[in-house]
Design a protein around this ligand. Sequence first.
Ligand code: NAD
Ligand code: MG
Length: 394
Amino acid sequence: MKETAKLKRIAILGSTGSIGTQALEVIAAHPQLFEAEVLCAHSNATLLIAQAKQFKPNAVVVTDETKYTEVKEALGSLPIKVFAGAGALADVVAWDSVDIVITAIVGFAGLHSTIAAVKAGKRIALANKETLVVAGDIVTRLASETGATVIPVDSEHSAIFQCLAGEDYSQVEKIILTASGGPFLGKKPNFLVNVKASHALQHPNWTMGAKITIDSATLMNKGLEMIEAKWLFGLENEQIDVVIHPQSIIHSMVQFTDSSVKAQMGLPDMKLPIQYALAYPGRVHNDFKRLDFKEFSKLSFEQPDYKTFRNLALAKDAMYKGGNAPGVLNAANEVVVHAFLQNRVSFIEMSDVIETVGTRIAFIEQPTLEDHEQSDKEARIRAAELVKKSQLSH
Ligand code: NAD
Ligand code: MG
């Protein structure tokens, strides 16, 4: 007789976002395998309330405390605990009733709750790449101490993780991250100088949150992913390559010491890496659209243009520099992306600000978590000052 799999109880940090809502679709499609135990969101109370009514979790957390009363009143008649504030995240992820924590908060704001889940020794389905960019050393060291397992949700890293299943990691020669190139592939600085957020938000292959969509247009996303990969797979900087692959069918590749290259392919759909991270080490049948090679007569590859898309070069430099440099880069990037979305800084100026901030924050070779927080704060202040000097801010 077939053994029934144990129900996995899941906490979603960032349940109202792009990854969070798709994670709930995966859970809804497999109620015999997955159950929402805790849902957490920042300020979208309306959606959080609707999700809580549908999925009936044990608890919800709304980190924006001004929304507490609204959520509490709406769920008052249901047996659902309601907590408010970022501090509550660290508690709920450690509950015995939580088997898997999906970290789908965007940006540095996701760092503390991810670390809390690692400290609690949980399985983490990691979407919040900024956590590893800023503090990959601390997170991976902690995970090896507590026995927490970090399974990637980012599609490229899920691809590499899938290629590495059953392999000896020491036989990896290099990994090749694929990048779609975003909406401005092939464009030059004289074009980019005038692009607006509305244009940059039109990603050709993926629908995602605003921040990562802008990062995809600047190629910062691929730079962050290089650093994410370094920590996830314990790689040397030289082992990490990037290739532009506009069709987004090959999600990434691993080249081994015997010259063999493995790739993972599929239609671009984040529900697949989310489901893989939840079901790992198993696979679960689903009704996702299948890849039909007749529809893709050509898969093409080209080198990234590091001169035009300077954020990729800046991120790569930060990776080689190490210490607090990737955290400083990340903080400056969060500030400029926010400003770009509000039309307060231009596309090209985003790289100028990130580069300048990188030269103005004292380098710390082996930062503690407190050092990371301090660098993050200082970098944000510097970046905000520079944004104010933009023509667009006046
Ligand atoms: P999103 O903007 O759509 O959603 C962000 C979520 O985080 C929301 O639920 C929001 O309530 C919550 N949040 C925002 N600020 C918060 C704060 N200060 N405190 C607590 N919660 C907060 O973002 P997204 O596109 O779903 O991305 C989430 C993460 O996943 C990012 O780190 C991103 O890089 C990564 N990721 C996303 C995709 C994708 O397809 N969207 C792919 C790969 C990786
Ligand atoms: Mg990705």
